[in-house]
Design a protein around this ligand. Structure first.
Ligand code: GRF
Length: 190
């Protein structure tokens, strides 16, 4: 069974969905740890409840990004991670982690990439009046949401749908798409 470490900065609903998918065998990998960069992030509470070890890395404790990523790499190595899975991790992955896990870092992004890279992709899509929205899972490279796409899926909304309802739909799609995308990736690459 391949071992994945999840990186998250916020709520962690995707992290929890991955842990559940692993437990019910719809994800062909084990979630062996959570790395978080925000002390107040709810994903840390989820990890505790789910019995998944977590580590908190605060930017202020490190001299620079390379230093912080070296410490994160050590944690990933201690957990014997095969793959790193970003799930709402709000930092750009730098050369230290990219070199340690080449083509082994995945991200989920709430748009039909290459459309709407970066922050608030849903807001960007809604501002353009899009009625077809979607989610992409891609490999992480040195760019922002630019790596090769592994899997993406769309859904159609009524233009009058409130954003809060769209977010519920979007998250539900993310929670089902991410395990499937990781399985596809593992089958083809590891
Ligand atoms: C998700 O929408 C994901 O696509 C984006 O950040 C959000 C994280 O949500 N990268 P959660 O913390 O997993 O609930």
């Amino acid at each position: 069974m391949k071992r994945c470490v999840v990186f998250a900065s916020g709520s962690g609903s995707n992290f929890e969905a991955l842990v559940q998918a692993s437990c019910n065998h719809s994800l062909n990998a084990e979630v062996v740890g959570l790395i978080c960069d925000q002390a107040q992030a709810f994903c840390l509470e989820r990890a505790e409840r789910l019995g998944i070890p977590s580590r908190l890395f605060l930017k202020a404790d490190y001299t620079d990004k390379a230093d912080m990523e070296s410490a994160m790499r050590q944690a990933c190595e201690q957990w014997q991670a095969d793959v790193i899975v970003l799930a709402g991790y709000m930092r750009i992955i730098g050369p230290t982690l990219l070199a340690a896990y080449p083509k082994r870092i995945l991200n989920i992004h709430p748009s039909l990439l290459p459309k709407y890279k970066g922050k608030d992709a849903l807001g960007q899509a809604l501002a353009m009046g899009d009625s077809v929205l979607g989610v992409s899972v891609h490999l992480v490279d040195e760019g922002l949401d630019t790596g090769p796409i592994i899997l993406q899926e769309s859904f159609t909304i009524d233009p009058k749908t409130p954003r809060s309802d769209i977010e519920i739909q979007l998250h539900a799609l993310e929670h089902s798409l991410y395990p499937r995308a990781i399985n596809t990736y593992l089958k083809e690459n590891l």
